[in-house]
Design a protein around this ligand. Structure first.
Ligand code: ZN
Length: 385
């Protein structure tokens, strides 16, 4: 990779959405500019470093006649994730990619593009490719059909199988420090610093996810409900907890409505030019996308819970509300803090981690949330245990 230019430049051009990664931006722009886009990239970086945004920007640049103008129908579709020649995959099971999923990708690469002249496959979490799934993929990755570009995303180089990494051009992404992420979010959305903190805490640190979080009333409603439930949890009876779990499960599903209607529109429109088998594959993919988003929504709910508990810990240890992130929950934090011990909060955070694991293993959401709320209530209500 070339060294980054020291002079800051305005964020324009096809890779403007790749925030906080100037070297990546320059590297990819140069490849597109020279017409030297490789057929297999491996983007390596921690969560929140902007790999998905960069992958979508590269896909747009590859498919757009003007190298990623950001305004044409193709570019808009890529950004909205409705371009039929850009395919996004993530692990279908808690243990990683299943071999069938990889076979489906391999089969798909042999088909012609639907709209453009090329196809882009974004394959997330390749650190979770099992050896058998990877084996099913190696040949295609080594010699992809001429019209195919693979963009693989992984968290660390060590976690990606060497057989996969060696067949790709590796692009490292740096970790973006939290204060920098907040500053970028403020600049991009015009939100306050505090709103930026809260959104980043809810989504686990990703700037692009925090941006979409801010635009979604349904997701902000989830946050509001979570904080409300947590604020009244200590002192509530079993029936209240069950009711709270039910309302959280319902509100966590609401953000999926937008995706569902997008999918319906895409399916309807694709019916005009896709063959029956391709349409069926699209439906399957949409179903998986919906379940992945559902899982993400639950994890977001847990992130919010964790951030409230961290605030509580700060209140308990420091006795000071000025450092809390969830300022709108300060009243309830002040109420709960005096009877809470740090150990109780630590155990509550462990209960949230346990819930995250159970979601990964597809335990029914309502059951996961119920158990978590009962656990948290117990450890927060028994300060001297
Ligand atoms: Zn364009």
């Amino acid at each position: 990779m070339s060294a980054s230019n020291a002079v800051p430049r305005p964020l324009t051009g096809p890779f403007a959405s790749v925030v906080g990664q100037p070297r990546v931006r320059e590297f990819l722009s140069a490849a597109v500019g020279k017409g030297a886009v490789s057929q297999a990239y491996l983007f390596i970086g921690p969560p929140g470093s902007g790999k998905t945004d960069a992958a979508l920007a590269l896909a747009a640049a590859v498919l757009c006649e003007k190298g990623g103008c950001g305004a044409c129908e193709s570019c808009v579709r890529v950004a909205r994730r409705t371009h039929p020649d850009v395919h996004y995959f993530s692990p279908a099971s808690a243990s990683g990619y299943i071999v069938d999923q990889i076979r489906e990708i391999v089969r798909d690469t042999a088909l012609s593009p639907v709209r453009g002249t090329r196809k882009v496959y974004i394959i997330d979490r390749v650190d979770r490719l099992t050896a058998s799934a990877a084996n099913a993929f190696l040949k295609t990755l080594e010699e992809p059909p001429a019209d195919v570009v693979f963009i693989l995303l992984g968290r660390t180089r060590e976690q990606v199988l060497a057989t996969i990494a060696s067949r790709c051009q590796v692009v490292p992404f740096r970790r973006i420090p939290p204060h920098e992420a907040t500053a970028m979010l403020v600049r991009l959305t015009g939100c306050s610093e505090l709103q930026g903190h809260q959104a980043l805490a809810a989504v686990g640190g990703s700037i692009s996810k925090a941006r979409t979080f801010m635009l979604s009333t349904a997701r902000r409603d989830v946050r509001h409900t979570v904080l409300q439930v947590l604020g009244t949890l200590v002192g509530s009876d079993d029936l209240d907890v069950l009711e709270a779990a039910r309302s959280l499960t319902t509100v966590a599903k609401a953000p999926l409505d937008a995706l569902r209607s997008d999918q319906e529109a895409q399916l309807k429109e694709s019916g005009d030019y896709l063959e029956r088998s391709a349409l069926k594959a699209l439906e399957e993919r949409q179903k998986r996308e919906l379940s992945v988003q559902g899982r993400d929504g639950l994890l977001e709910l847990l992130n919010i819970t964790r951030s409230w508990l961290r605030d509580l810990l700060i209140m308990v240890v420091e006795g000071d509300g000025r450092l809390v992130v969830n300022v709108d929950a300060q009243a309830s934090l002040r109420r709960v803090a005096p009877t809470t011990r740090p150990e109780g909060v630590t155990r509550a955070i462990a209960a949230v981690d346990k819930a995250a694991l159970r979601i990964a293993y597809h335990v029914t959401p309502q059951l996961v949330i119920e158990t978590m709320l009962f656990d948290i209530r117990e450890v927060l209500s028994c300060p001297w245990s």
